[in-house]
Design a protein around this ligand. Structure first.
Ligand code: XLS
Ligand code: NI
Ligand code: NI
Length: 437
């Protein structure tokens, strides 16, 4: 097969002073940070749907993307060719992982059997390409939101037949993910929510979602798939309200339906923004529950109220993300998956390289900066000191459950007034972070 990117060779690390736009200035795969290589820390993943299926259309205009390797058909042969193009791209970029939905990689057939057959035909190519390049599948997932059959949702549809079809689709997607040695599997419930409560039995829909996920866990065990399941929170879009709204809502849902042992979270920056949270908030909530599994690395635009899925190029953002990830001990099976698309105006194939290089370099900088902040220690020390009243005396007694309200009343009467409050020093800390950026 002729090269799809004939003018582009492997993207190499040069250095921050390099003027070569097709080189990394900060991402140096083998460089050690806190005892691990950047490659091991960041575990970059390319998303198949944006990078190889995105047409760069929006609600007001058709696609603008120039993709010379496309023949204009949605055939299996085209899907196989596209898979090879994807691997050429990832090989040149040096990303160790990719992620896909079943229907991104292979066309939907006239019925389930044919769809599965199409998928198998493309999986063969993916498997061979994985073997050839050493690039791995970070996670697989099923597209349960694009086809009209899922207009009311999939696991939460009012129509039991749609639930059944979704289950069959996830069954196959799990098998395929397992066959490709996928490190995990994602559930993003694009239409698992509602557009109006007037027609919605919320309790019944949530119960169905819980049952669906239990069936998935059972099936995962049956086929021996060992990778983690991830839920990807998002509050809305396309629905008015998605049940997996944010990290806290997901954790509560998983706890309520006794699924917490089998799921972690895949946190996406733009989804956090839509939920009215920062990415760091979502990461901290997930990590506090021991459930931070993976991240979808992108960014939104605060002036546009939807999931714009832009490439993350804000060093302040990636620094915050890497501070949280390093604090929890790093990613294990998860990765930094670029769930991001180039802008409609960035329509040339080379823009796919520029965008990923930008995202990778920005994360590499965030990693290096976060490690430097940790090494410096002033931020950590400040937080530790701030809570020092809990290390002894009454604080220690409260934490160890040795006192109750009556003892605390007696203590307070004796104390008179709370006198030891210290400054939060927000501005000092913000400036401290800036020292490293
Ligand atoms: C959409 C989601 C989706 C998931 C995978 O907003 O981010 O792309 O990551 O289904
Ligand atoms: Ni995502
Ligand atoms: Ni998204």
């Amino acid at each position: 097969m002729p090269s799809a990117f004939p003018k582009i060779s492997r993207i190499e690390f040069e250095d921050p002073k390099s003027k070569n736009p097709l080189a990394f200035k900060h991402y140096n795969a083998e460089e050690l940070v806190e005892g691990k290589t950047m490659k091991e820390h960041l575990r970059f993943s390319v998303t198949y749907w944006h990078t190889f299926r995105g047409q760069l259309a929006d609600m007001f205009g058709v696609g603008t993307a120039q993709r010379p390797w496309e023949d204009g058909t949605n055939s299996v042969a085209m899907a196989q060719k596209r898979a090879r193009v994807a691997f050429e791209f990832m090989e040149k970029l040096g990303t160790p992982f990719y992620a896909f939905h079943d229907r991104d990689v292979a066309p939907e057939g006239r019925n389930l059997r044919e769809s599965n057959k199409n998928l198998d035909a493309v999986v063969k190519v993916l498997k061979a390409e994985q073997k050839r390049t050493g690039i791995k599948l970070l996670w697989g997932t099923a597209c349960l939101f694009a086809h009209p059959r899922y207009m009311h949702g999939a696991a939460t549809s009012c129509n039991a037949d749609a639930f059944a079809y979704a289950a069959a689709q996830v069954k196959k997607a799990l098998e395929v993910t397992h066959e490709l040695g996928g490190e995990g599997y994602v559930f993003w419930g694009g239409r698992e929510g509602y557009t109006t409560l007037l027609n919605t039995d919320l309790k019944r829909e949530m119960d169905h979602l819980g049952a669906f996920l239990h069936m998935a866990v059972d099936y995962k065990k049956k086929i021996g798939f060992k990778g983690p399941f991830y839920i990807e929170p998002k509050p809305k879009e396309p629905t008015k309200h998605q049940y997996d709204s944010d990290a806290a809502a997901c954790l509560n849902f998983l706890r309520e339906y006794d699924l917490l042992n089998d799921f972690k979270l895949n946190i996406e920056t733009n989804h956090a923004t839509l939920a009215g949270h920062t990415m760091q908030h979502e990461l901290e909530v997930a990590a506090a529950a021991g459930a931070l599994g993976s991240i979808d690395a992108n960014t939104g635009d605060v002036l546009l109220g939807w999931d714009t899925d832009q490439f993350p190029t804000d060093i302040y953002l990636t620094t915050q993300i890497m501070l949280s990830i390093l604090k929890m001990g790093g990613l294990t099976t998860g990765g930094t998956n670029f769930d991001a698309k180039v802008r409609r105006e960035s329509f040339e194939p080379i823009d796919l390289f520029y965008a990923h290089i930008a995202g990778m370099d920005t994360f590499a900088r965030g990693l290096k900066i976060a490690a430097a902040i940790r090494k410096d220690g002033r931020l950590d020390d400040f937080v530790k000191q701030r809570y020092s009243s809990w290390n002894s005396g009454i604080g220690e007694k409260i934490e160890k459950s040795k006192v109750g309200f009556s003892e605390l009343e007696a203590y307070s009467i004796k104390m008179g007034e709370v006198r030891t409050n210290t400054s939060g020093r927000q501005e000092y800390l913000e400036n401290l972070i800036n020292e490293f950026i």
